[in-house]
Ligand binder design. Structure first.
Ligand SMILES: *Cc1c(COP(=O)(O)O)cnc(C)c1O
Length: 231
């Protein structure tokens, strides 16, 4: 088996053991984050059984999609969204994790063809509260969720968050717990959702312990990112 194939098996095993250790009932899906990775790496992961891939940069993603058109990949957009990119994002992805304002949601809704299934979306929550970071503020979350729930071409699936990076496991846990509590609060208000998109290479076992249903993993699967411009 290839290196990527081996790493994929290791990650899936780690996901299983994290679920068992924390007595988790929820399904946990692996999203392979392929930004700044060559198409050959994506082909390797796909050959090993991985079918959903996340990309952050529209142009890079579109080029890869063209080169990988022979594979049945489910593409997720997970990067910051500029409103002039919504047309293409709405047409070329199955999921968008990074909605943080109504204008972007409305534009995605308007651009999504009615002959496609609704775009599956998560709201990106700004956990750290820093003004510089993307994501919707905690106080605005329910309001945005309510507005999005009325858009017919979007299907609200849940919440995504990128907590402040830290190697302190207790801090990781506290941040994920905060996201989980926001998610639970929306469920309690009657929003129908099933997705908590938290956890990356460095912290996904703790994210699973706190209720993650999608973990977004790049470097632990593919190794160091390779393509030039992207981070
Ligand atoms: C890059 C990225 C990831 C993956 O990060 P790794 O640390 O390489 O696993 C996950 N989510 C988002 C939004 C990203 O931009």
């Amino acid at each position: 088996m290839t290196t990527i194939g081996n790493r994929l098996q290791d990650i899936l095993a780690t996901i299983q053991s994290a679920k068992i250790t924390a007595h988790c009932q929820q399904p946990v899906h692996l999203l392979a984050v392929s930004k700044a990775q060559p198409v050959l790496a994506i082909r390797e992961a796909y050959a090993a059984g991985q079918t959903s891939f996340g990309e952050n940069y529209l142009q890079e993603a579109l080029e890869k999609q063209t080169q990988l058109a022979d594979l049945a990949i489910e593409w997720h957009f997970i990067g910051p969204i500029q409103s002039n990119k919504t047309q293409l994002i709405a047409q070329h992805f199955a999921w968008v994790h990074s909605i943080d304002r109504l204008k972007v949601a409305q534009r995605l809704n308007d651009a999504r063809s009615v002959d496609l299934p609704p775009l599956q979306v998560c709201l990106q929550l700004n956990v750290s509260g820093e003004a510089s970071k993307s994501g919707v503020a905690l106080q605005e979350l329910a309001h945005l969720a309510a507005a999005i729930a009325t858009l017919p071409q979007l299907k609200l699936r849940g919440i995504m968050a990128i907590p402040e990076p830290t190697s302190d496991k207790n801090k990781q846990r506290a941040q994920f717990k905060q996201v989980r509590e926001c998610y639970d609060a929306l469920l309690a208000q009657g929003f129908v959702m099933d997705t908590l998109s938290i956890g990356m290479s460095e912290d996904y076992p703790i994210a699973i312990e706190q209720g993650a249903t999608i973990v977004r993993i790049g470097s632990a699967l593919f190794g160091t990112r390779k393509l030039g411009a992207s981070k």
